[in-house]
Design a protein around this ligand. Structure first.
Ligand code: ATP
Length: 203
């Protein structure tokens, strides 16, 4: 099933940020969002992930198919690496964490409290959680922040494996991940109208 956005308009803090966004993301494919700082990539991802409603337009193929990884890692600091993964797996009704742990080179860190990990190790753990969700559409906001070159390569491998199993990925990133990806530059979709609260009632 495709993830699709049709004529989507999104807002941040009540201010329209993007409008007229259309894209389709098929199983097995990656779509990379590009655009300068503040152009609306995070806002678009949050809307696709269902964390905020669109101002206008339609999203299909999202909802419970999405696993979202935001800027913040959102880890439980006092729980170990394994406990964090197991907790997350349970939330999604699953129990296999070994594959995710290995894919992100976390085996040697499995008993360490997440709060004691380095920034890059925390990020690897945050990304490993995607694998335990079992969800087909990964929505990722700057996933490689804090990662060294070797960890970026691990991440790209994990995405490739996910695509190979029929998954899909929507990724905001400023770097080249070496993936065979489609690219959507959000710059042309910047919202022109700055609507007041009273105008919004007529949308
Ligand atoms: N909490 C907020 N309340 C109001 N406006 C916000 C908030 N967060 C971001 N914005 C504004 O919304 C617009 C879009 O921001 P967004 O974070 O979506 O951009 P981005 O393309 O992801 O940027 P970056 O590349 O810097 O991560 C910007 O003008 C930003 O200043």
């Amino acid at each position: 099933m495709e993830l699709r956005a049709r004529d989507l308009a999104v807002a941040r803090g009540g201010v329209p940020v993007l409008q007229g966004v259309d894209f389709a993301l098929a199983p097995g494919r990656t779509l990379v969002l590009r655009g300068p700082n503040g152009s609306g990539k995070t806002t678009l991802l949050r809307t696709v992930a269902g964390l905020q409603p669109p101002l206008a337009g339609e999203i299909t193929g999202a909802g419970e198919r999405i696993a979202y990884a935001a800027h913040a890692d959102g880890l439980k600091a006092t729980l170990s690496v394994d406990e964090n993964l197991a907790f997350w797996a349970r939330v999604f009704g699953r129990d296999d964490i070994a594959r995710a742990r290995a894919a992100f080179a976390l085996d040697e860190l499995r008993d360490r409290p997440a709060g004691s990990l380095s920034a890059g190790q925390k990020r690897r753990l945050g990304l490993a959680r995607l694998m335990v969700t079992g969800r087909p559409v990964w929505v990722l906001d700057e996933p490689t922040v804090s990662l060294d070159a070797a960890s970026v390569a691990l991440f790209a491998d994990a995405v490739r494996a996910h695509l190979g199993q029929g998954g899909a990925a929507l990724i905001a990133t400023h770097i080249d991940l070496g993936l065979d990806a489609d690219v959507l530059d959000v710059t042309p979709f910047r919202a022109t109208a700055r609507l007041s609260a009273s105008d919004e009632a007529f949308l």
